[in-house]
Design a protein around this ligand. Structure first.
Ligand code: NAP
Length: 250
């Protein structure tokens, strides 16, 4: 059997890969043979992460469609194709809904949903032209359930949007060689969840409502991302895979 999990030589863009889940996905894909392009707004850590991965860094703000177009133009000029896109960049704010300022609502939606769409649209164009490609969107269990005790309505809505965007694009592009799937993690120990872990009430709620009784590690997401990006999942498109220590089973 050929190695269906191989990403050998595949040109792979991972947004928000400077740190956290994105970095671990990039490492797993690198191990599977991919050439990684780190597309991140963090111009300080991003280049270091890219160097660690033996890949490229392209300073990118996913909320800005011109920045996303420039990213795609640069990768195409350098490599001539894009095989895999991982939309991982994301942000959260925990403001009670009645107090969320307009700008905060728009910013969260802008990074988490608009950003995913701009990247899918621009990378999708070059994948469709070539008739092949695999897109993995990092959604969240928050797109399926509403978290508690912390308030985060904008985040939850944005992730529900990512799951439906994944299904919409999958349906449109399946017959043209481009697959689109989503990963929905539960609580993972990264800078994003640090505030929650440092808040005893949140930490206790998170751990007691997760059957496995712990947070996931970012490295535990990488193998699933490799599976969805590679030919190992050749009959999957439009799927949303929960990986949450059992959280949504209870
Ligand atoms: P993280 O540690 O905060 O990393 C997110 C990365 O995205 C950072 O490097 C950040 O850069 C970058 N980024 C933010 N805004 C950006 C923009 N406009 N353009 C480009 N890059 C941008 O977060 P994480 O926990 O690894 O989360 C990664 C993804 O998994 C997110 O989509 C998140 O919603 C999702 N997720 C996380 C969890 C969890 O429990 N951690 C659970 C479910 C889903 P800066 O540091 O400069 O902002």
């Amino acid at each position: 059997m050929s190695d269906v999990f191989s990403l050998d030589g595949q040109i792979t863009i991972v947004t928000g890969a400077s740190r956290g889940i994105g970095l671990e996905i990039a490492k797993a894909m690198r191990t599977a043979g991919a050439h990684i392009v780190v597309a991140d707004i963090d111009a300080e850590v991003g280049p270091k992460s890219a160097a660690e991965l033996g890949g490229d860094f392209v300073h990118t703000d996913v909320t800005d469609s011109a920045s996303v177009k420039a990213l795609v133009a640069r990768v195409m000029a350098q490599h001539g194709r894009i095989d895999v896109l991982v939309n991982n960049a994301g942000v959260v704010r925990n403001t009670p809904s009645e107090a969320v300022p307009d700008e905060e609502w728009r910013w969260v939606l802008s990074v988490n949903l608009d950003g995913v769409f701009w990247c899918c649209r621009e990378v999708g164009k070059v994948m469709l032209e070539r008739g092949r490609g695999s897109i993995v969107n990092i959604a969240s269990m928050s797109g399926v359930i509403s978290n508690h005790p912390q308030p985060q309505s904008a985040y939850n809505v944005s992730k529900a949007g990512v799951i439906m965007l994944t299904k919409s694009l999958a349906g449109e592009w399946a017959s043209r060689g481009v697959r689109v799937n989503a990963i929905s993690p539960g609580y993972i120990a990264t800078p994003m969840t640090k505030k929650g872990l440092d808040t005893p009430e949140w930490r206790e709620a998170w751990l007691s409502t997760t059957p496995m009784g712990r947070l996931g590690e970012p490295a535990e997401i990488g193998p699933l991302a490799v599976f969805l990006a590679s030919d190992a999942s050749s009959f999957m498109t439009g799927s949303n895979v929960l990986i949450d220590g059992g959280y949504t089973a209870w």
